[in-house]
Design a protein around this ligand. Structure first.
Ligand code: CA
Length: 231
């Protein structure tokens, strides 16, 4: 299963939201629509998006205020924000960027350009989302194709197990606490219990099977690590 980047569209005009959604879906994104700040906040609390497209003029709180708040909040501060606006004056661009937006696009815009901007902020914001193939012993992971192999045999993983394995493999031999893994793999742990990590480690081990699963060690009282020094 491929992880589709989630784009939260905060836009009060259904026709525009629909147009953006259709184009995002065609380009391999998973759009989520919120028509105001309150709905958008609920979406962010439930699942952290990879990018937020934020309309400037909204009923209730303006896009500018929302951008400021999300940028200041630990849960959402690293999520790239692209402001959408019908205005195009230099003043607005500066105000938007000062509020913490990563980019700015004026309506009417071409959906091609919008998608190019989304890809650009994702690249800039996520240098850690490395697409290089990582190998550790006989275990290989390829983030570009979403493939995991052991001894050249394919292994099927769910998206969370894939992310967890990728993080552990790119930070091999080190011990990671549950809290650190929640931070790095889940993005934050405000709404998730540490026990969740154990559940996904168990699933990951089951998916890997022996002997690969032996590389994923539990370090009592400390956390987990992936290692080639199995014993
Ligand atoms: Ca609007």
């Amino acid at each position: 299963m491929k992880h589709l980047p989630c784009v939260l569209i905060v836009e009060d005009e259904p026709a525009i939201a629909e147009l953006i959604s259709v184009n995002l879906r065609h380009s391999g994104f998973r759009p989520v629509w919120a028509m105001d700040g309150i709905t958008a906040q609920a979406e962010i609390n439930a699942v952290l998006p990879d990018v937020i497209l934020l309309d400037w003029m909204l009923p209730g709180e303006s896009g500018l205020l929302l951008a400021k708040r999300w940028r200041a909040h630990p849960r959402s501060k690293a999520v790239p924000i692209i402001m959408l606006t019908a205005r195009s004056e230099e003043f607005d661009r500066v105000a938007g960027l000062e509020a913490g937006a990563d980019d700015y696009i004026a309506k009417p815009f071409s959906t091609k350009e919008l998608i190019a901007r989304i890809r650009a902020v994702l690249r800039r914001r996520s240098p850690e989302q490395d697409v290089a193939v990582v190998t550790l012993g006989q275990l290989g992971i390829d983030p570009a194709t979403y493939r995991v192999t052991f001894d050249n045999q394919p292994i099927k993983l769910g998206p969370t197990e894939f992310k967890l394995l990728h993080y552990l493999m790119t930070h091999a031999e080190r011990v990671h606490s549950r809290s650190q893994l929640l931070d790095k793999v889940w993005g934050d742990h405000v709404f998730i219990e540490e026990r969740t990590v154990d559940v996904h480690v168990k699933r990951l081990r089951e998916a890997l099977g022996e002997p690969a699963a032996a590389m994923l060690e539990t370090v009592r009282g400390a956390g987990y690590r992936i290692t080639t020094q199995t014993h």
